[in-house]
Design a binder for this molecule. Structure first.
Ligand SMILES: C[S@@+](CC[C@H](N)C(=O)[O-])C[C@H]1O[C@@H](n2cnc3c(N)ncnc32)[C@H](O)[C@@H]1O
Length: 242
């Protein structure tokens, strides 16, 4: 069985690679790069730069992205179907490894947080080694110089898609990821603070914090402007009940 490194590369570029990740990069024969289209060309460029800086002799194999149903009636079933299709495409790509060669997937942030690479590779006959990475959540809290949780309390991490259904009085600190609509603006409640960050860890990092009721409108405008300027945006935020 070939060995495959799944390497967390952090959320912001080469400065946030760990030493362990750079050592792993140096031992890779084949990098598998998922092509998600033009919108994420910047992110592919970041990965290419890491490979250029730290890899030894290697080949790059592009993996085409499999289209997915974004508005399915059954979300979980649709994701499983999508993962099946992706596993088939990955299997074809992995066949390009010669016996004994080491392959690698570079995963944005950390592979354990909202990323399906490990779930897909688990279906295939490869030996997986995971190299952890800095998450966008760690980059967010560091940028705002805050602790993620209050003393003795828990933290809830969710997606924009699930936020409103899960929101309730028992939640005090909620991290929201994968939210293209700033869903938090639909929470009509006072006494909430937001700590928001986009392009965290990069030269374009943008931050905003304050009372959600007071800064919400400003944030919506800022986010729209940034997205238009760059063509894409990745942002993460913490909602904290005062
Ligand atoms: C598919 S998830 C991947 C998360 C990643 N595995 C991690 O550990 O952070 C993509 C989401 O992560 C967050 N994210 C990733 N990189 C980010 C960055 N540099 N700045 C802000 N948010 C980021 C955004 O919420 C984005 O929608």
């Amino acid at each position: 069985m070939n060995q495959i490194f799944v390497i967390g590369i952090g959320p912001g570029g080469v400065d946030q690679l760990t030493v362990q990740a750079t050592r792993a990069l140096a031992s890779v024969d084949v990098f598998f790069v998922l092509d998600k289209g033009d919108a994420t060309a910047d992110l592919v460029a970041v990965r290419s730069e890491m490979i250029r800086l730290y890899a030894g002799r290697h080949r790059v194999v592009d993996i085409p992205e499999v289209p997915r149903d974004r508005q399915p009636a059954d979300y979980a079933a649709a994701v499983l179907t999508w993962h099946d299709a992706r596993a088939a495409v990955y299997e074809t790509a992995l066949a390009q490894l010669a016996p004994g060669e080491v392959g690698a997937f570079l995963v944005w942030g950390d592979p354990a947080l909202y990323d399906s690479t490990l779930r897909i590779l688990d279906r295939l006959p490869v030996e997986i080694t995971v190299i952890p990475g800095v998450t966008s959540v760690a980059a967010l809290t560091a940028a705002h110089r805050i602790v993620l949780h209050r003393i003795g309390e828990s933290v809830h991490i969710t997606t924009g898609r699930r936020l409103l259904a899960e929101w309730g009085p028992e939640l005090n600190d909620v991290v929201v990821m994968l939210d293209s609509h700033l869903t938090c603006l639909q929470i009509a409640e006072s006494g909430l603070d937001i700590y928001w960050g986009a392009y965290l860890g990069t030269a374009d990092e943008a931050l905003l914090s304050g009372s959600l009721a007071e800064v919400g409108a400003e944030l919506a405008i800022l986010r729209a402007e940034l997205k238009q300027r760059k063509g894409w945006i990745m942002d993460t935020y913490l909602i904290r009940r005062r």
